[in-house]
Design a protein around this ligand. Structure first.
Ligand code: GDP
Length: 424
């Protein structure tokens, strides 16, 4: 069976923990989009780990971890993370890399950095991991597939074609020295020996695994609101964050994805710019950020303080709908335990009209939150493993949100550790 684990909103919902947990029983975990701009924090028996590009199944020695064709594959990062796992005493993970995955090139990072500098105060808050230039090149057919490393003539031809365009931009737009195709060729060819043992036709591998009845997880990055089609464009990422894209980014049939676990966080947080309707500020935000503690309310990639807000039913319902949610994993409920009263955004007021539909970006900028305030539970709920043992007000909060979203919350996460989990 194929299950997808994806985010409902802006990302950082705790997908890493849920994937690591579900991976215990999975044969295969696949990353199908995005790249090293992701940050998953996983706390398990091996300690606390921040992974960026590796699938979260690497802590289970029987799980095969796949870098799908849809990923922006950063080879130096891959080598770094493999070494990190080795140094942390983790048994060498089983990894496969799609032979069609495209390479994140050194110049993608350069262009990301130069463009953010050029935009100055209008910048997107990019992690400067090269993701936008990578996907631009992919769709402009200037990308380089990993299989090209084994066909040097083609590799050189592809690099020259990319440099031809890039050097015009470098000279005339960014006033930067031009790229040298030979130097890039040499650098990239150096990747070959590191990746060669892992490369295979992962689509064939996965389709066979599906026929054999294997347990397969698709691991999403970020969340639905960062999807370039359905999210808060243009403050989105550059590859689809939706479960449906898992079929494409991994090369499996769309109908093979039987379960979609959408990870929904019990309050809101976001990194980067863009409208954030239920955002809170000042001391109120700082308290939630600090209480978030382990929930890493400082970006894993950038270390920036995340923007904080109350739970947003409008955004989360929309995100769950687009993900095709079958189950919600509702996370970090424990962090709210300090509050007397918990505001929940149940609608958006746009020019005096209240809506529950998530609007297009120009209207989103005008939206004001409409809150309902629920009573808090004021007690520590970590360590509780039975749903019935949660305080009544905690259950009321969860069930109120479940009704608002219209999808079943079947997993409640009440702490960062693997065993801090309640199945309903
Ligand atoms: P991801 O990108 O969706 O995987 O999310 P991150 O890993 O960036 O952020 C999730 C953070 O919350 C990590 O530091 C987790 O250890 C932590 N976390 C996950 N679930 C829970 C939970 O239920 N309670 C608390 N307190 N922390 C959690």
């Amino acid at each position: 069976m194929v299950k997808a684990i994806v985010g409902s909103c802006w990302g950082d919902e705790g997908k890493g923990k849920i994937t690591d947990m579900l991976a215990e029983k999975a044969d295969i975990v696949i990353r199908f989009q995005g790249g090293s701009n992701a940050g998953h924090t996983i706390i398990n028996d091996y300690g606390k780990h921040a992974l960026h590009q590796m699938p979260s199944g690497v802590f289970n020695e029987n799980t095969v971890n796949i870098i799908g064709n849809g990923v922006a594959f950063n080879v130096p990062y891959f080598i770094k993370e493999l070494n990190y796992l080795k140094e942390s005493g983790i048994k060498e993970p089983k990894v496969l890399i799609s032979d069609r995955v495209q390479l994140l090139m050194p110049y993608h990072i350069l262009f990301d950095t130069l463009e953010e500098a050029r935009l100055s105060d209008k910048q997107f808050g990019s992690t400067k991991s090269g993701i936008a230039p990578f996907y631009s090149d992919k769709y402009a057919k200037l990308g380089i597939q990993i299989c090209d490393l084994f066909h040097e003539d083609i590799l050189m031809e592809r690099i020259k074609a990319a440099c031809e365009i890039k050097n015009v931009l470098l000279e005339h737009l960014y006033h930067h020295e031009p790229l040298n195709p030979q130097a890039i060729f040499d650098e990239v060819l150096g990747y070959k020996k590191y990746v060669e043992p892992y490369i295979t036709n992962t689509a064939e591998y996965l389709n066979k695994a599906i026929s054999d009845g294997k347990e397969i997880l698709l691991e999403g990055q970020l969340g639905a609101l960062k999807d370039p089609d359905h999210g808060i464009y243009p403050m989105t990422t550059s590859s689809s964050t939706l479960a449906g894209f898992g079929a494409i980014g991994a090369g499996i049939p769309p109908h093979s994805i039987e379960k979609v676990y959408t990870v929904v966080k019990a309050y809101s947080s976001a990194v980067g710019g863009g409208a954030f309707v239920s955002e809170i500020f000042g001391d109120e935000a700082q308290e939630l950020r600090v209480r978030g503690g382990d929930a890493g309310e400082f970006g894993v990639v950038t270390g920036r303080p995340r923007r904080m807000g109350w739970f947003d039913c409008v955004a989360a319902r929309y995100g769950c709908m687009l993900q095709g949610t079958t189950d919600i994993a509702f996370t970090v409920v424990d962090v709210l335990s300090y509050l007397d009263k918990i505001p929940v955004c149940v609608g958006y007021d746009i020019d005096g009209k209240v809506t529950r539909e998530f609007p297009v970006t120009p209207l989103l900028e005008k939206a004001k939150p409409v809150y309902e305030v629920l009573p808090g539970w004021k007690s520590d709920i970590r360590g509780i493993t039975k749903y019935e043992d949660l305080p009544e007000n905690a259950r009321n909060y969860i069930e109120f949100i479940e009704r608002q979203l219209g999808y079943p919350i079947t997993i409640v996460s009440n702490g960062p550790k693997r065993n801090e989990i309640i199945y309903r």
